[in-house]
Design a protein around this ligand. Structure first.
Ligand SMILES: [Zn+2]
Length: 278
């Protein structure tokens, strides 16, 4: 990259960051009037209890089968559209990585996030998570949010309600067992939500999150192009979509190594969202 291009990009990034004032509180999603006081859904860094869960817990009593106080699935609103961005004060941005975990790429992504002390969201597929439970445990230990991205990454709009439910429940279960808590966020494969997906997701206590900036990294457009897409899309509240599995994701890893320090230098606060209702 030429120096003048870099400077131009830095100025653009700084302009975006300055527009929202100094970096402030973590992003807050989906505030509803009269909600409960803010409770962070972000797991605290440090060891986490990996409590056992009966296999049938999700089918019988979603998220209430093991006596933890955090679950209240009825309080999650049934949306008609997914959330696209985070709201909140300051120049907050959220990085999300879908389809993993993949032992070829996810550890590198975690290393980079750790180097900059940044937390992110991983929308995992159950079948990948089941093979890489150690990576979900590491995500827990390092404070990242794990969301539900179905078990096998199907196009939900072609599935029966019962199949969608199974895809979601099995994935909730493996996340709970490996990450240590039930997921509070759901993202439909291909961004293809339908009414059943919103309803079932809410029933399982999961909020629907899409994205603001699509890096299209799965097309392997080149590391520089991915970096450009993130930096051109940088704005307060933006949610960035990348992938840590599903193919060769080495460009996605290299791009993160480049855009993350630039976003931070530009004043963005990279963090995970919290939910204002339980
Ligand atoms: Zn996906």
């Amino acid at each position: 990259m030429r120096k003048d291009q870099l400077l131009t990009r830095r100025r653009a990034l700084l302009a975006g960051a300055a527009a929202a004032g100094a970096a402030g509180a973590a992003g807050v999603l989906g505030a509803l009037p009269g909600d409960e006081p803010v409770r962070s859904a972000a797991p605290a860094p440090g060891p986490r209890a990996h409590h056992p869960l009966q296999p049938s817990a999700y089918r019988l009593r979603p998220m209430t089968g093991h006596g933890t106080p955090r679950s209240a699935p009825g309080r999650t609103p049934v949306r008609r559209k997914p959330l696209l961005r985070v709201s909140g004060r300051g120049s907050t941005m959220v990085l999300t990585f879908d389809d993993g975990p993949d032992p070829r790429y996810t550890p590198d992504i975690l290393d980079i996030l750790a180097e900059y002390e940044v937390r992110a969201m991983f929308f995992v597929c159950g079948e990948m998570a089941a093979q890489n439970r150690d990576l979900l445990a590491r995500m827990a230990d390092e404070g990242h949010i794990v969301g539900n991205h179905t078990w096998s990454h199907p196009l939900l709009t072609r599935l029966t309600r019962s199949r969608i439910r199974t895809e979601m429940e099995r994935t909730c279960e493996i996340i709970d067992r490996s990450w240590g808590e039930p997921p509070r966020w759901f993202r439909a494969p291909y961004g293809a939500w339908n009414r059943a997906a919103f309803q079932l997701g809410a029933e399982l206590g999961m909020e629907a999150l899409a994205w603001t900036v699509d890096t299209l990294d799965w097309t392997t457009p080149g590391t520089g192009t991915i970096v450009d897409r993130v930096e051109n899309g940088a704005a307060p509240g933006a949610v960035v979509l990348s992938h840590d599995a599903g193919g060769d994701r080495s460009q996605s890893v290299r791009a993160l190594r480049s855009y993350l320090p630039e976003l931070l230098d530009s004043g963005y606060h990279i963090t995970v969202p919290r939910r204002q209702y339980l």
